[in-house]
Each structure stands twice: as structure tokens, then as C-alpha cells.
Design a protein around this ligand. Structure first.
Ligand code: NAP
Length: 251
């Protein structure tokens, strides 16, 4: 038997680094992706080659019925491996650079649906499986926020920053609701990390362009964020709940 962790958006970037490290720490890993099945499967193959257990599961976490299917798949495919004891709400998006006075209703709604509503609904499904109130044996939820929640994203993407502000508050509130039910809820707030997310927001050179302006003279690596996430998943952080940890290199 192994504890099972579901990591949303783990086909690449920070989520993939968390999946690899969690597998090395003894977790069986549900690797969620939305489109890039080849990347998710390559990661699963890599985890298995290292002696770990993993399954790739397609679901758009911005769609309610997909979230229900994702958790049903986890229940079914990991039934003989172990109970769901971890959830990492990692999947997230940015949009192209715009001022607030240029943003469409649809853009802001999509941002909140994928970055915020998904974390609520995935956490709800996890709490129903982990909380002692619902017959579970406890667990750990880690939200991937962003340093943008305290920086504001002015002139670039205030909608993204505000969605991550909601994740900070969500972490604090949910942690208090489930603290006595053996479920811990924490948040890791990365600074600028070298992943594809910047290209998806129309800034493919962002990592190269801003690295020298960072306090440490460089951006962060996905593995550096993963270390913090896997620590929050583990019992090494057993008295941490409602904590928000910046992994942002003094930014
Ligand atoms: P990324 O490289 O763009 O990877 C995004 C991941 O999320 C991919 O696995 C993608 O799957 C998945 N995804 C996107 N939309 C999804 C959806 N609707 N349903 C399910 N999966 C979806 O992103 P990242 O940089 O690793 O970011 C991960 C998290 O860290 C995000 O919450 C982000 O806001 C946060 N963060 C990142 C940075 C940074 O500088 N990179 C800084 C602060 C916070 P496919 O491969 O199938 O497309």
C-alpha cells in the first residue's frame, strides 16, 4: 500500500517536478493533464522506470464534470494501491499581457474558473475522501499560489494576481474548516520559475529577460518549488496548516 497524491496539471513544469519528487518520496502519483497526453505519459514512464507508481489522467479542471470523472478515475485506478492522501492544486494559467481596462468579461471569468474555482472543487472532492468527518484517514492539500498575489501584476495580468490572492485566502479558510479532521491545507507561492507558462502568456523570453533583475540574479527552477510542495505533503510539516510559503528568491 502507498499513499496516493493527485497533482493537477503535472504533465510539465512545476507539476511534473512535484510528481517526480513525490514518487521518489513514496507516493503513488495521479498525473493530470488537459491536452499534452504524450508529455504526461512520458512522465509516467519515467516514474515507473525509477520504481514508482503513476497513472496519467486527462481532465480539464475548469469543467465540473471533468473534475468528477478525474476523482472517480483516481478512486478506481488506485483502489488496490492506497487511499488518496494528497492533492496538489497546481494547474493554472496566465493570459496575454493586458491592462484591466482592456480585459474582457470572458477572460476574467476563465482565469477565475481555471485558477480558483477548480481549486475549490478539487479540494472539496479531496476533503470528502480524506476528512475524518467523512470517514477518511486524513491528508494534505497543497495549493500552488504565486508571489503575484502580493505584487499585483500591474500592467501585465492583474486578473492572474487576483486569482492567486483568492488562493491565499482559500488556503487560510479551508485549513481552519478541516484542521480538526486530520486534513492540512497549505500554499506554496513561487516567484518567476523557468517553465512554459510564460510563453503561453505571450512572453516566451520572460525568463531570460528578467533573470538578471531578480534579487538572486536568476529565476527559480521547477525542482526548487517541488521541494517545498513535497515537504508540505509529507509528515515533516505535520504542524503546518494554513501556512503560505514563498519560494521566490527574495523577490
Ligand atoms: P505550465 O508550465 O504552463 O504547465 C501547466 C500545466 O497545467 C500543464 O501540465 C497543463 O497541461 C496543465 N493545465 C493547464 N490548464 C489545465 C486545465 N484546464 N486542466 C488541467 N490541466 C491544465 O505551468 P507552470 O509554470 O508549471 O505553473 C504551475 C503552477 O504554478 C500554476 O498554478 C502557476 O500559476 C504557478 N506559478 C508559476 C510560476 C512560474 O513562473 N512558472 C510562478 C508562480 C506561480 P497540458 O500539458 O496538458 O497543457
Amino acid at each position: 500500500m502507498k499513499p496516493v497524491v493527485l497533482i493537477t496539471g503535472s504533465s510539465r513544469g512545476i507539476g511534473a517536478a512535484v510528481a517526480l519528487l513525490a514518487a521518489q518520496a513514496g507516493w503513488a502519483v495521479a498525473v493530470n493533464y488537459v491536452r499534452q497526453a504524450d508529455k504526461a505519459q512520458a512522465l509516467v514512464d519515467q516514474i515507473k522506470a525509477q520504481g514508482g507508481q503513476a497513472v496519467a489522467l486527462q481532465a480539464d479542471i475548469g469543467v465540473a464534470s471533468d473534475i468528477a470523472r478525474l476523482f472517480a478515475d483516481v478512486d478506481r485506478l488506485f483502489a488496490n494501491i492506497g487511499p488518496l492522501r494528497g492533492l496538489v492544486n497546481n494547474a493554472g494559467i496566465v493570459d496575454r499581457v493586458e491592462r484591466v481596462d482592456e480585459m474582457s468579461f470572458e477572460r476574467v471569468e476563465r482565469m477565475m474558473r481555471i485558477n480558483v474555482v477548480s481549486a475549490f472543487m478539487c479540494s472539496q472532492a479531496a476533503v470528502l475522501r480524506m476528512s475524518t468527518r467523512h470517514g477518511g484517514e486524513g491528508g494534505s492539500i497543497v495549493n500552488v499560489g504565486s508571489a503575484a498575489s502580493r505584487l499585483g501584476g500591474a500592467g501585465q495580468y492583474v486578473d492572474y494576481a487576483a486569482s492567486k490572492g483568492a488562493i491565499d485566502s482559500f488556503t487560510i479558510g479551508l485549513s481552519k474548516e478541516v484542521a480538526a479532521e486530520r486534513v492540512r491545507v497549505n500554499c506554496v507561492r513561487p516567484g518567476i520559475i523557468d517553465t512554459d507558462i510564460h510563453a503561453s502568456g505571450g512572453l516566451p523570453n520572460r525568463v531570460r529577460d528578467v533573470g538578471g533583475q531578480m534579487p538572486m540574479g536568476r529565476v527559480g527552477m521547477a525542482q526548487e518549488v517541488a521541494q517545498a510542495v513535497v515537504w508540505f505533503l509529507s509528515e515533516h510539516s505535520s504542524y503546518c496548516s494554513g501556512s503560505i510559503l514563498d519560494v521566490s528568491g527574495a523577490r
